[in-house]
Design a binder for this molecule. Structure first.
Ligand SMILES: Nc1nc2c(ncn2[C@@H]2O[C@H](COP(=O)(O)OP(=O)(O)OP(=O)(O)O)[C@@H](O)[C@H]2O)c(=O)[nH]1
Ligand SMILES: [Mg+2]
Length: 409
């Protein structure tokens, strides 16, 4: 990654139905700098997986057969058809097939960073993704003994994107989401799991809150836009801001959860940069108080011609970011960067990655449902292989509460 002439190579690893739908939108795009076609969608359920693949093939206008696309971008894992919306089942399925998951990721070749994608309300993605991240980060010991790993895997940066259920959804979704957030953030023994956890909330991104397919499309599009801006910054900035920058200090501060805040297609000849940062900050992907942010990164993407003509410059972007943080009274760790996009015109896009904020405004939508269900689900088997003991559940809750409390101070 440090080499001068190589850009960060990302792979996208999605699990579960919603995660798969989000990842498949990468194929709606003409190109995905940084990702190319390193996208793997996994599911425990073959029918769901086929639907996702059909979507991809439709937009890919893929000349290859369905089987071939399945082989290069899809993986069915676990011996159960589905996880019954109970996350321990999703985890059990991933454990069963960890070797196949790793081997498929290995087929993409070397990666510097993974973007793991899952909805947190479900059982499959939410059960499996935190588990696979933990396995990668703890060295895949069993697989290593079997000679099934490669050296580059030790230094991969693991970012995760988790999607919060609509607030009106059934309690079990919220139970899964609270547990999923905890498990993305912390391992069972309370060490850091993912290097960076990005969050978006369906209700926050969908004003009409009806959760039909079309609304998912616009939510998923917002998520892809944020990921694209984040990855693009590591690719073409003049002063490179990259995934290492996003993860290092927040991890040291134990404040590595983020939400994107995005505003796109603003007229850069009309608006001041600070105004554009404010516009982005009004569009955070989860409910939050911007003033509680402790780490922030600003990525401003402008047409190449504007940069060449000096209509927008890096010092201006730095200055505006500094003024913006001062105005909001947030004394944050952070960085700003200016990224070119092809073409002319004056459309400017802004991504703020806001981290370390107080998570309570999000969790307040879910704690009651979580508590209503929690203890009744512990101690039960999932029926399809997964289990959750009371002790495991207690640890999951304690880990999350400790992390949240620290960041709410
Ligand atoms: N943003 C977004 N959310 C989705 C999408 N599909 C489902 N969801 C949300 O995800 C949750 C359900 O998770 P799924 O992704 O269907 O579950 P899964 O990972 O397949 O796990 P199972 O429960 O085993 O089916 C609900 O909270 C939905 O609102 C999607 O395409 N986009
Ligand atoms: Mg499913």
């Amino acid at each position: 990654m440090a080499q001068t002439d190589t850009f960060t190579r990302w792979s996208v690893i999605a699990s579960g139905e919603g995660g798969g739908r989000i990842a498949s939108q990468f194929f709606d795009r003409a190109e995905n700098p940084g990702i190319d076609d390193r996208v793997l969608v996994m599911n425990t359920n073959r029918a769901d997986l086929r639907n996702t693949i059909d979507r991809m093939r439709g937009t890919l206008q893929d000349e290859r057969g369905e089987e071939e696309t399945m082989e290069s971008h899809a993986l069915e894992f676990g011996s159960q058809q589905g996880a019954g919306n109970f996350f321990p089942n999703g985890e059990a399925c991933a454990r069963e097939d960890l070797d196949r998951i790793v081997s498929r990721i290995k087929d993409f070749g070397t990666s510097d960073a993974f973007m793991h994608v899952a909805t947190l309300g479900g059982g499959t993605g939410n059960g499996s993704i935190p588990y696979t991240i933990e396995q990668f980060k703890t060295g895949l010991a069993d697989l290593e003994d079997a000679g099934a790993t490669e050296d580059w895997m030790d230094s991969v940066i693991h970012t995760a994107f988790g999607v919060w259920p609509y607030y009106y959804e059934q309690p079990q979704r919220h139970f899964n989401a609270v547990c999923g957030l905890s498990r993305l953030l912390r391992t069972a023994d309370d060490t850091q799991n993912a290097d960076m956890v990005l969050l978006a909330s369906n209700s926050q991104l969908d004003d009409e809150e009806n959760g039909n397919g079309r609304h998912y499309d616009s939510i998923n599009d917002a998520i892809i836009t944020a990921i694209d801006l984040m990855i693009g910054a590591g690719r073409e900035t003049r002063s490179v801001i990259d995934v290492k920058d996003y993860v290092t200090i927040p991890s040291q501060m134990d404040a590595y959860h983020f939400t994107p805040a995005v505003a796109t297609e603003m007229n850069g000849q009309v608006y001041e940069l600070e105004y554009m940062l404010d516009q982005a900050a009004e569009n955070t992907y989860v409910p939050m108080d911007v003033g509680t942010t402790t780490a922030a990164y600003a990525i401003v993407r402008a047409p190449e011609s504007m940069i060449d003509d000096d209509e927008i410059s890096e010092p201006e972007v730095y200055g505006a970011f500094r003024d913006w943080t001062t105005k909001h009274d947030i004394n944050v760790a952070g960085q700003a960067s200016l990224t070119p996009k092809r073409g002319r015109g004056s459309d400017v896009d802004v991504l703020l990655l806001l981290g370390g904020f107080d998570l309570n405004p999000l969790l307040d939508h879910s704690w009651d449902e979580f508590e209503m269900l929690g203890d009744s689900l512990a101690g039960t088997g999932g029926g399809t292989g997964g289990e959750l003991t009371q002790a495991q559940l207690d640890r999951i809750v304690d880990n999350l509460e400790a992390y949240v409390d620290k960041n709410a101070e």
